[in-house]
Design a protein around this ligand. Structure first.
Ligand SMILES: *Cc1c(COP(=O)(O)O)cnc(C)c1O
Length: 371
């Protein structure tokens, strides 16, 4: 049996560099609660993102949860159905009602032309996702949010390192959330961050992370435990040095797929080069399979590749409103584009160290199954 190729593989720095970075922890015995390594990562990251306000968290989901609480959102929040469970769960577990807006067929982000018709008196925010690292129509969403006095949040879990017109994507919206989970482009093992504009949020975003504690004798609000520990921060400090290099390697993977699969019937890919305003991070390589032209379905391709020991992912399928836990409440939302894409999408293996040999094997297998 040929070697297993998984859909992703976490980036790790050279072991010696990580060991070196955590050595200091044995001197201070300071393992968590915003210690020196946390401070170092915060500074490095602020520089990398050219942002003013940033807080780090134990993971992306908790960061989003904290943001929703700090912004005191109420009632309904307009969001996308084409995302990971976290986006919607964060709303629901805060007592909010997600209102699903369909996505666009060309880039799978929320359809800004359909957003306004879903706004009601109860709407307090828009929570959009830069899915696969593809920027939403930030400008138009901002205009809509301003016109209707809504908060604008971005789930930017996929988009660390992405720039629009040279500006890091962190700096759009009222709050952007990043995930540094092991499988993301940049990781801190588990981790997350919030980047935000309004200085007056700082107090709440900090205290919500640590049980609402501001000082030893002052607890100002009911809070969570969402702190990033020093070992995670150390992984971040080490990995950040390799991020740009890793993105370059991912670009090579994307170019390889694009050139080898461009004439494959029934396969649609992201055209990374068509938008010169965006600097991509190549976080995922999604394709859609049009069964009429390809002569096989997405599921056929998924299973065929699995037989070759190549593991892809139906990311995102099923659609969030079709989950068992949401089906009864939201399953009837008319979301034709999102359902079309969810039924046909497949993400191919994508990581910095994917070799040309492996890429060749994957592309050959795809072409064999489809022809
Ligand atoms: C990974 C991810 C999250 C959650 O991040 P964690 O760090 O795993 O908690 C949220 N939204 C999207 C779109 C994600 O892909």
């Amino acid at each position: 049996m040929k070697k297993k190729i998984l859909v992703t593989r976490s980036s790790l720095p050279p072991l010696e560099e990580y060991v070196d970075k955590i050595k200091g922890i044995w001197d201070t015995c300071w393992m968590t609660n915003m210690g020196p390594v946390y401070q170092e990562l915060e500074q490095d990251m602020k520089k990398y993102l050219a942002c003013k306000n940033l807080e780090l968290y134990v993971n992306g989901h908790m960061a989003l949860d904290v943001a929703i609480k700090a912004l005191r959102l109420t009632g309904e929040v307009l969001t996308t159905p084409f995302t990971f469970a976290s986006t919607t769960h964060a709303l629901v577990l805060n007592g909010l009602t997600p209102v699903f807006c369909d996505i666009k067929p060309d880039d799978y982000t929320i359809d800004e032309d359909k957003v306004e018709s879903l706004i009601t008196k109860k709407t307090s925010a828009i929570l959009a996702v830069h899915v696969y690292g593809r920027p939403c129509n930030i400008k138009r969403l901002r205009e809509i949010a301003d016109k209707h006095h809504l908060k604008l949040l971005f789930d930017a879990a996929h988009a660390f390192g992405v720039r629009v017109d040279g500006e890091p994507i962190a700096n759009f919206g009222d709050v952007s959330m990043f995930s540094f989970h092991a499988t993301k482009v940049f990781n801190t093992i588990e981790g997350g961050a919030l980047v935000y504009r309004d200085d007056s949020l700082t107090r709440s975003l900090k205290s919500l992370r640590n049980f609402g504690i501001e000082s030893p004798e002052s607890v100002v609000q009911p809070g969570l435990n969402a702190k990033m520990n020093e070992f995670a921060a150390a992984m971040g400090v080490c990995n950040l040095k390799y991020l740009d290099e890793n993105i370059r390697k991912r670009k090579h993977v994307a170019e390889f797929y694009s050139s080898r699969l461009k004439d494959c019937p029934g396969i649609q890919m992201i055209d990374f080069e068509n938008d010169s305003r965006v600097t991509w991070n190549y976080s995922y390589f999604p394709i859609t399979v049009d069964e009429k032209k390809a002569g096989c379905t997405r599921d056929d391709l998924f299973e065929g590749l699995q037989k070759e020991n190549i593991f892809t992912r139906k990311y995102f399928y099923p659609l969030v409103p079709d989950y068992e836990c949401y089906r009864e409440q939201f399953g009837r939302c008319p979301l034709p584009v999102a359902r079309y894409v969810a039924d046909r999408v497949l993400t191919l293996p994508m990581y910095a160290d994917l070799t040309e040999e492996d890429l060749e094997r994957i592309c050959r297998a795809v072409l064999k199954i489809i022809r």
